[in-house]
Design a protein around this ligand. Structure first.
Ligand SMILES: NC(=O)c1ccc[n+]([C@@H]2O[C@H](COP(=O)([O-])OP(=O)(O)OC[C@H]3O[C@@H](n4cnc5c(N)ncnc54)[C@H](OP(=O)(O)O)[C@@H]3O)[C@@H](O)[C@H]2O)c1
Length: 245
């Protein structure tokens, strides 16, 4: 199957990584947009099949509108735009478009999601086993906690009824029904997510460490290839389920 032609929105750490990997793998990159060279019209997307957005949350609605109007598929790796998600789902269906999104396109993080769901289900009947999570990213990152940490919290809350809400608050004792989520920022850490399970006599840690940005770029390219010939609104985990069965 022919590789889709890509337009990139966002040309920072991730945009550059995707361009580099895409070219090495034989994808054509037909246009690149950033804050200093913004996407302003559907005509600018004519040459592309799939728009790949790794920019900033505020830019996502505008990019998505133009991609849908242009009849282009869309892969969104940008984080922090959850408030717009349901509206984009409706718009995608209304336009007959195709979107894949993920706060983390690394395959290893998809595995972590799976393991954490299993772990949360496992301790659901063991009240002595508490669970909490921590993430570390480079000092340039805008959102905190990360989209991946918010997704991990969502999965834990879904599987573990005794945790009713997630919170980043650190003052005072932690109520038993609160899932604590914390974040650190510093240096050039690409991204580390740790889920801790702690009981009186033992502890378990599930850790994902991104060693480079290539794993995110590879997942985004896989999603671009997959969505190029499809319609609908998907999370990356749906794509992997479809591919792996
Ligand atoms: N899903 C994943 O797997 C994954 C992995 C890593 C990061 N991310 C997320 O991806 C996003 C980008 O991360 P990054 O590290 O590449 O950030 P970054 O290095 O700060 O790059 C952001 C890029 O967005 C551009 N931009 C800003 N406003 C824009 C606008 N209105 N229209 C178009 N482009 C605009 C910037 O343009 P200028 O250069 O002109 O300022 C810059 O090129 C973040 O939300 C991050 O959390 C997701």
């Amino acid at each position: 199957m022919e590789l889709p032609r890509l337009a990139l929105v966002g040309y920072g750490r991730m945009g550059r990584e995707i361009e580099s990997l895409a070219r090495r793998r034989g994808f054509a990159v037909t246009a690149i947009f950033s804050r200093s060279r913004p996407l302003t019209s559907v005509q600018e997307l004519t040459e592309a099949d799939v728009v790949v957005d790794f920019s900033v949350a505020e830019a996502v609605p505008h990019t998505a509108q133009l991609a849908l109007q242009a009849g282009k598929r869309l892969v969104i790796g940008t984080t922090g735009w959850e408030a717009y998600r349901e509206e984009l789902r409706r718009q995608t269906d209304a336009w007959g478009g195709g979107v894949v999104y993920a706060s983390n396109f690394a395959i290893g993080v998809q595995l972590l999601y799976h393991l954490v769901q299993q772990a949360a289900r496992f301790i659901a009947r063991m009240p002595d086993y508490d669970i909490f999570l921590h993430e570390i990213h480079h000092r340039h990152k805008r959102d905190a906690p990360s989209g991946t940490a918010r997704k991990l919290a969502e999965l834990i809350l879904r599987e573990l009824p005794r945790k009713r809400t997630a919170s980043t608050a650190t003052e005072g004792p932690l109520p038993e029904d609160v899932l604590h989520v914390s974040a650190s920022r510093g240096g050039e850490v690409i991204g580390t997510h740790t889920v801790y399970i702690d009981a009186p006599g033992e502890s378990v840690e599930l850790i994902h460490r991104a060693k480079s940005r290539e794993s995110f770029a590879a997942g985004a390219l896989l999603a671009a290839q997959w969505i190029a010939s499809r319609q609908g609104f998907y999370e990356f985990s749906d794509v992997l389920r479809a591919l792996l069965g």
